[in-house]
Design a protein around this ligand. Structure first.
Ligand SMILES: Nc1ncnc2c1ncn2[C@@H]1O[C@H](COP(=O)(O)OP(=O)(O)OP(=O)(O)O)[C@@H](O)[C@H]1O
Ligand SMILES: [Mg+2]
Length: 384
């Protein structure tokens, strides 16, 4: 798969914006194994940037190269336009927060936060260190816990100490490798909002690695989806979700139905996709790169499909795709329900509907004959 060309892309549409970080054709090999494959990527100041991808795709390797723990085998990394090759980790305005936090167990919260400052050019200036620690305690709402040791506070509080400590020296770039991995789901969600708030207030550029795609979508202004050492797509969370550029990205982020078929040449921006297995053709918007007929995949999110006992009359005639099917499974999740619908040709479609009315979940039942439908702009046609 090709790397998406994203150099020069300013996230807020400012053509003058200069990247804080630029990876220029960076390759990283470990022996004969290529961990990062010709990576070109810009990250801008004040961005909250997320790296997302399966285990082993190279996320930590990218961070370690930024922090200076690894050198690229080929290519250059620029910080503010300066090549940072050979600049040791402690001379980079970059800090890396590891998943295990590595707090010093014998030191208080206060001393943990002060630790790096006492080894910096601030070392002799006790008043300045104290002021900075107090500022960090306030930022992370830890004032009350300053005198406690790490084992006397909760996991979420420890996570905030680690964050306070990594922000104390005011790095320009903070690298967060699975920072919330140790927290349970509820605390994790709360902490995501705290992270966003702290990032905004300090104006520090954050690069976060996470296995959790929802987390990446929540916190990040832009997300890079990786596959085997390459970035497949870099975009805002909404674009990644609504307009994935490949089956890989579509499938990686969220739930999705994917059908392989044969698309007719586009006419007025739309095509008809025919399927081998008895599924009636789907009319959908043709992607720009599609010139003639093509083997494609049609992808549609479960929540973009409507379900009902009858063919929905509200869909505009000629723009609708509607199919008969039978409900074979229902998962009630409280706020939404997921319906597994089997179509006449045997294809299975996942449909999600919000349970806005109390009676909703009783209106469609197991084994019921239903109609599913979607407009011609509800899904995406993918050529790769
Ligand atoms: N020092 C090393 N020597 C040899 N191979 C390495 C080294 N560091 C990383 N690798 C390999 O490079 C690949 C990328 O590793 P990396 O740690 O960047 O993955 P990751 O995306 O962070 O994965 P995870 O989500 O599991 O943390 C892996 O296949 C890994 O085994
Ligand atoms: Mg990793």
């Amino acid at each position: 798969m090709e790397i998406q060309e994203n150099t020069g892309f300013a996230p807020w549409g400012d053509p003058e914006a200069k990247p804080l970080i630029r990876f220029q054709n960076v390759t990283k090999r470990f022996g004969t194994f290529t961990a990062i494959d010709n990576l070109t990527l810009d990250i801008y100041a004040r961005e909250f940037f997320a790296l997302l991808g399966p285990s082993g795709c190279g996320k930590t390797t990218i961070m370690r190269m930024l922090a200076g723990f690894e050198d690229p085998s080929e290519g250059e990394i620029f910080l503010d336009g300066e090549n940072i090759a050979g600049v040791p980790p402690n001379r980079r305005p970059v800090n890396m927060m590891f998943q295990s936090y590595a707090l010093f167990p014998h030191l208080s919260v206060w001393d943990n936060i002060a630790f790096g400052l006492r080894r910096s050019e601030m070392a002799r200036d006790k008043t300045r260190i104290a002021a900075r620690v107090e500022e960090m305690l306030k930022l992370t709402r830890l004032e009350k816990f300053a005198r406690r040791k790490p084992h006397q506070i909760s996991g979420g509080q420890r996570q905030r100490v680690a964050l306070a400590r990594s922000l104390a020296k005011a790095p320009r770039l903070l690298l967060l490798d699975e920072p919330l991995g140790a927290l349970d789901k509820k605390l994790r969600q709360e902490t995501q909002f705290e992270l966003m708030d702290i990032q905004e207030r300090t104006g520090t550029t954050f690069v976060i690695v996470t296995h959790d795609q929802e987390e990446a979508m929540t916190v990040a202004s832009r997300v890079a989806v990786m596959d085997h050492g390459k970035i497949v797509q870099v975009d805002t969370p909404a674009t990644i979700y609504e307009a994935p550029n490949s089956v890989y990205v579509a499938d990686f982020i969220g739930e999705i139905n994917i059908f392989k078929g044969h698309a007719s040449p586009p006419r007025d921006g739309f095509c008809e996709i025919a399927f081998a297995e008895g599924l009636a053709p789907i009319r959908a918007r043709a992607p720009e790169e599609m010139q003639g007929e093509a083997e494609v995949s049609f992808a549609i999110r479960p929540e973009k499909v409507l379900i009902g006992p009858e063919r929905p009359p509200e869909l505009p005639e000629g723009r609708a795709n509607a199919y008969r099917g039978k409900v074979i499974d229902i998962a009630y999740l409280g706020n939404i329900s997921t319906y597994h619908v089997e179509l006449a040709g045997g294809q299975k479609v996942k449909v999600q509907a919000a349970n806005t009315r109390r009676i909703q979940r009783r209106t469609i039942t197991w084994e019921q004959e239903v109609w599913i439908s979607f407009t011609d702009t509800a899904g995406v046609v993918l050529t790769r």
